[in-house]
Design a protein around this ligand. Structure first.
Ligand SMILES: *Cc1c(COP(=O)(O)O)cnc(C)c1O
Length: 357
């Protein structure tokens, strides 16, 4: 029996969604493929509260992050990192010879608006990257107040990584002025891994057009030109299987109600933060805890690997800490298909295994 996943990606996929991955193939150059993209885009716009263009990439989220930072930076990018996935933006820029500076907070600390202001005020940058939800530390950044700062600098493009939060937390792309909002299929959207999605503003598209093509497969101009001019199709064959499953999953999300979905995630987060602080302590700074996963300090000095092995015997899997935080912390995801009953189940098993009561 497959284990129930409480890891922050890939997450549990509903059996009906999994089944859609096995739909018969269609031509990627036909009307049906165009309609599929149009339907997905319309629904994703609702999930992200935006009128911006929606594009897909048959890569995981990192593929779009790479293409986007390369295609959007003309002058210099400033990366605000609060952990491993923020650091990744910096690496992607450097490895692509994109001029970049990285401001790194200590693990567990958020990006604060005044820090962003300090950098942007220098006038050195035309791109800023923010991690909405840092999956290594369980921080959710205060993007409302950060966006007010970025709005003061109209020549700066706002790129945001919402890989582990989109469809699990309310992200109002247009209100926040996010120029490129990137996510992946396998986290709160609860699909198998292998597809990345982004919303792209006109301002970002203008920049990309001005810069011109950089690369091919991950190039944002190539992607946008094709979707625009070739009736919502893609330059190369996209993962149609993912598109069938995504289209169906977005219908399921609409049926649950987007707001209801966010409330469900919020309730799970509140429960897990309270549980975490009762039996351990919660790693991220108070007031900045993620809505889609909770990272706990290993205050009891247990072996997280052993705990996970015991949970495995009960067909459950949680996540160890990420990178340097391994064994010092552990992570329980509450995103996608998971519900309050699942939270009671996983915490009940942990209480039982560790004899917490
Ligand atoms: C998982 C994750 C990524 C990487 O996404 P992939 O789809 O695995 O490439 C990037 N950023 C955040 C915040 C993530 O959680």
């Amino acid at each position: 029996m497959a284990k129930k996943l409480f890891i922050p990606g890939p997450t549990q996929v509903h059996p009906d969604v999994l089944a859609k991955m096995a739909s018969p193939m269609i031509s990627h150059r036909g009307k049906d493929a165009s309609n599929l993209q149009r339907n997905i885009a319309e629904k994703m716009q609702q999930v992200l509260y935006t009128k911006n263009k929606i594009v897909l990439s048959t890569t995981s989220g990192t593929g779009l992050m790479e293409g986007v930072i390369r295609s959007c930076t003309e002058k210099r990018a400033i990366v605000f990192s609060v952990g491993a996935f923020g650091d990744r933006w910096g690496e992607l820029a450097k490895l692509n010879n994109i001029p970049v500076d990285v401001h790194r907070e200590n693990d567990g600390e958020p990006t604060m608006p005044q820090t962003v202001d300090k950098y942007l005020a220098t006038g050195k940058y035309d791109v800023v990257t923010i991690t909405h939800n840092e999956t290594s530390s369980g921080i959710m950044n205060p993007v409302g107040s950060i966006s007010e700062i970025i709005a003061k600098y109209p020549d700066v493009l706002f790129l945001m990584d919402t890989v582990s939060s989109a469809a699990g937390a309310k992200i109002e792309v247009d209100r926040l002025g996010v120029d490129v909002c990137i996510t992946s299929s396998q986290k709160a959207l609860a699909l198998p891994p292998g597809l990345a999605l982004a919303s792209v503003s006109q301002k970002a598209q203008d920049r990309v057009n001005k810069i011109g093509k950089r690369g091919y497969y991950l190039d944002l101009k190539t992607l946008l030109d094709f979707v625009d001019k070739k009736d919502n199709q893609y330059p190369s064959t996209p993962s149609l299987s993912h598109m069938f499953a995504l289209d169906f999953q977005l219908d399921r999300i609409m049926k649950e109600g987007i707001e209801n979905r966010f409330i469900r995630h919020m309730e799970m987060a509140e429960f897990m933060i309270e549980w975490g602080n009762k039996y351990f302590s919660v790693f991220p700074k108070a007031g900045f805890e993620s809505m889609t996963l909770t990272v706990m300090n290993n205050t009891r000095n247990i072996s997280i690997a052993d705990l996970n092995a015991e949970l495995g015997k009960r067909n459950i899997q949680i996540a160890n800490g990420y990178g340097d935080l391994k064994e010092k912390t552990f992570r329980i995801a509450h995103m996608g298909e998971l519900t309050m009953d699942d939270m009671l189940e996983v915490t009940g098993h942990i209480e039982d295994i560790l004899k917490l009561n």
